[in-house]
Design a protein around this ligand. Structure first.
Ligand SMILES: NC(=O)c1ccc[n+]([C@@H]2O[C@H](COP(=O)([O-])OP(=O)(O)OC[C@H]3O[C@@H](n4cnc5c(N)ncnc54)[C@H](O)[C@@H]3O)[C@@H](O)[C@H]2O)c1
Length: 403
């Protein structure tokens, strides 16, 4: 059988890079994604490929899937401290129900399955660097527990399916991954720093000495595919073994971009002091180690985001009467965005008081049908992911405006 690989979360940052790499080696690829995190421009390119299919589906619900697959890559999960803190319930459901649904597909077809855990399973690590044998230091009711416990459950269930049902499951523990394809609206550290520097703003550093492992996405995907091609159970750490202080990262981004400045902010509960992997197991089992120098990777990420921002349109919001009491000091709203969803996400993040009008209880943007585009500056009408090709004004209809 020719390779057919199901990628949950295939429309995301790592997922789109993985799908592209799998297509390059001749596989048929089906991405299953709720499009919860928005649609990346890379997805538009993938959809032009004849061996690529996208199924819009929430993996926390069983998928009626009846085509044999050779492998399942389970990436679907909300991510990012800010989002996970605000929406722990869908995060825990993706790690629990979503993981079971992905494992069931692999079990049905005797397929290899690789599941994406996270370095967050180590919590506030007391061992440096972290080997896979370190069991972690996680507070089960802490602010990040929705994500940490989701990933710990994912690992436990993967091992349970392996031991009880003989499923060929393998667990990867990624540390921070970055590179081209990150959205300017992404609030994870590298994307947030690059976006801030490109717009000449302050890069707010909440713990300058906190150490992170930063792995370039192409290196990471090579490790992920090596894991898919092996029968290893893991868990296996995949990340850069050299730690980078967050303050140094901010300085590197500012010097690469040429604008922006570093400002110290208050430290937060989510800033574990150091998270750096011991990658001896990845070297021995997968023959993998990262090779892209941080300076080169940041340069590629900056160039990509610079281009993306240059192509954004100016979006004006026609402020409905029902919003003026919520944001009385604001008479005109305007942002730069490349899609309708991107503009609405900016609105919810910049004015959280509007979020209840724009987001469903689990943090998803409400239907775009409540938004009216005052101009025709779009390529194809494609819901929230409608690409803007020129400046537009968005008008909220009464259902969304709350009037
Ligand atoms: N990027 C990193 O630095 C990093 C680090 C550690 C772990 N990981 C893990 O890697 C995976 C991919 O991360 P990413 O950076 O590409 O994130 P991402 O947000 O860009 O991609 C995740 C994708 O999953 C989809 N998704 C979320 N919930 C879903 C659901 N219930 N059903 C279907 N689709 C759903 C989103 O729409 C999104 O497209 C995640 O499991 C994440 O926890 C990533």
């Amino acid at each position: 059988m020719s390779e057919h690989i199901l990628v949950t979360g295939g429309a995301g940052f790592i997922g789109t890079h993985l799908c592209a790499a799998l297509l390059d080696r001749g596989a048929h690829v089906t991405a299953v994604d709720s499009l919860r995190a928005g649609r990346l421009p890379a997805l538009t390119r993938l959809r032009q490929h004849e061996r690529f299919t996208l199924i819009e589906h929430d993996i926390t619900e069983p998928l009626d899937w009846r085509t044999p697959v050779t492998a399942v890559m389970h990436l679907a999960s909300p991510i990012g401290p800010a989002h996970v803190r605000d929406h722990p319930v869908p995060t825990l459901l993706a790690g629990s129900a979503g993981t079971v649904n992905a494992l069931d597909i692999a079990r049905r077809y005797g397929a290899r399955i690789v599941l994406m855990s996270s370095a967050e399973v180590y919590g506030d690590a007391l061992v440096q660097p972290q080997p896979e044998t370190y069991a972690g230091n996680v507070d089960p009711v802490g602010v990040m527990s929705g994500y940490q416990e989701a990933k710990r459950f994912l690992e436990a269930m993967a091992m349970a399916y392996r031991r009880e049902f003989g499923v060929n499951a393998g667990i990867i523990r990624p540390f921070n991954v970055y590179g081209p394809g990150m959205l300017p609206s992404d609030r994870r550290v590298v994307a947030a720093f690059v976006a801030a520097a490109l717009s000449g703003q302050d890069l707010v550093v909440n713990g300058p000495k906190a150490i992170r492992s930063l792995c370039y996405v192409d290196d990471f995907v090579t490790g992920l595919i090596a894991m898919m091609d092996s029968d290893a159970s893991g868990p296996i750490n995949v990340g850069a073994c050299e730690g980078t202080a967050i303050g140094d990262l901010a300085e590197l981004v500012v010097s690469t971009v040429g604008t922006g400045s570093v400002r110290l902010g208050p430290s937060t509960e989510t800033d574990a002091a150091a998270r750096v992997p011991d990658i001896a197991l990845a070297r021995d089992t997968l023959g993998w180690e990262p090779s892209t120098p941080l300076k080169d990777g940041i340069r590629a990420a900056v160039d990509d985001m610079r281009l993306r921002i240059a192509n954004q349109a100016t979006v004006r919001f026609d402020v409905p009467a029902a919003w003026t009491s919520l944001i009385p000091e604001v008479s005109a709203l305007q942002c730069r965005a490349d899609s309708v969803g991107g503009a609405l996400r900016w609105l919810t993040e910049s004015y959280p008081v509007l979020a209840p009008r724009l987001l469903s209880p689990d943090g998803q943007l409400v239907s775009w049908t409540n938004i009216y585009l005052a101009q025709d500056n779009v390529r194809d009408l494609d819901g929230l992911d409608t690409i803007l090709t020129g400046d537009v004004t968005l008008i909220a209809l009464p259902a969304m405006a709350g009037g």
